[in-house]
Ligand binder design. Structure first.
Ligand SMILES: Nc1ncnc2c1ncn2[C@@H]1O[C@H](C[S@+](CC[C@H]([NH3+])C(=O)[O-])CC(=O)[O-])[C@@H](O)[C@H]1O
Length: 328
């Protein structure tokens, strides 16, 4: 392993030293590398990663923007390399002075979640972490270490790009699905699952897996789409939903509450419900494809092009009460 991967291996070993045996970490890193290297664009991405200019590495949060790295050379070559990793979806980001206007104002989501959390000295698992933007927000809010997982290779490569600028912080991202992580990767103080549940065919299995990754009394932070209505019901989404494939139905708040309790959580609270706007999710110069505006029915405000209620997202906090099946 060389370059950014070697650095990831080193910081991940340090983050998991007290909870996982070295073989488990080696297996995780091998699965990560295999998953990435199977992708057809991997060599092209590696070349662009290797071509990133040297920078003074550091990071901080400015407003909601992750600001990482201070440039040494000219901006033009850097912009070309950064544009080879389009689409950039989660941010905002400023890398060595280049502003990346991402599809999502993820800082707005974080503003809805962070007032409810104390992450000081917490070990965090971020499931479906995307490019790891929220991991920086978690570290900034005092988390000791963040382990993210996401199976989409481009997002994991973007995370490596960001670390090129930010330096070897305790924000890790593994190219894996949650269900492929060893059961021994557990005992976290906090587990986040944001924007993932509606992509899972068996949502209760996903919630149960999240619960097993928590230590007794640990906190789940769940962010997900809901359907309108008071009854405990599932809104079927047979084809696409708001332009997205693989959305397997939307629960109402009442049904989601039941699912969380069935999955072994207590003290279940829905702390926010917000309709997604075309200001929060939109096409930009760095994500030049269709976005939410194209998924909404122009003739019928509040409805999607598929004739379903427009996206509304909720934030949930819940506590793990059942002991995890296994721990590192
Ligand atoms: N089984 C799985 N295990 C882990 N990750 C998965 C799985 N299936 C899909 N993903 C990943 O979950 C992410 C969902 S996006 C949320 C990103 C961030 N959390 C956000 O809240 O903005 C949705 C959105 O844009 O809202 C994608 O990166 C998938 O690759």
């Amino acid at each position: 392993m060389a370059g950014p991967d070697a650095e990831l291996a080193q910081t991940l070993r340090a983050a998991l030293a007290q909870t996982c045996n070295p073989e488990t970490v080696d297996d995780l890193l091998a699965a990560h590398s295999n998953h990435l290297s199977r992708h057809g664009d991997f060599s092209r991405w590696q070349n662009h990663l290797a071509g990133l200019p040297p920078v003074h590495r550091d990071w901080h949060i400015d407003g909601g923007t992750l600001v990482a790295g201070r440039r040494v050379g000219k901006a033009e070559a850097l912009i070309e390399h950064l544009r080879s990793f389009i689409p950039w979806r989660k941010g905002p980001l400023r890398l060595a002075g280049v502003n990346i206007d991402t599809e999502w104002r993820s800082d707005w989501k974080w503003d809805r979640i962070s007032p409810h959390l104390d992450l000081t000295a917490k070990r965090v698992l971020d499931v479906g972490a995307g490019n790891g933007y929220f991991g920086w927000r978690m570290l900034d809010q005092g988390a000791e270490a963040v382990i993210g997982c996401d199976p989409t290779p481009l997002f994991v490569i973007q995370h490596a790009v960001i670390r090129h600028f930010a330096g070897p912080a305790a924000n890790h991202l593994l190219a894996q699905r949650l269900e492929d992580l060893p059961q021994t990767l557990a005992d976290f103080d906090a587990v986040f699952s944001m924007g993932v549940l509606y992509h899972r065919r068996r949502p209760i299995d996903h919630l149960t897996d999240l619960r097993k990754r928590l230590k007794q009394g640990g906190t789940l932070i769940l962010e997900t789409l809901v359907a309108p209505g008071d009854a405990a019901q599932l809104l079927p989404t047979p084809d696409r939903y708001a332009g997205m494939r693989n959305v397997h139905g939307l629960p109402t708040v009442a049904l989601l509450h039941q699912w969380l309790e069935q999955s072994g959580f207590s003290t279940v609270r829905c702390v926010d419900r917000t309709a997604t706007t075309i200001e929060e999710q939109r096409s930009t110069d760095w994500m030049p494809y269709h976005s939410l505006a194209q998924a909404l029915d122009p003739a019928r405000p509040g409805w999607t092009v598929e004739g379903l209620p427009a996206p509304a997202r909720t934030v949930w906090l819940a506590r793990s009460v059942s002991p995890p099946d296994s721990a590192c």
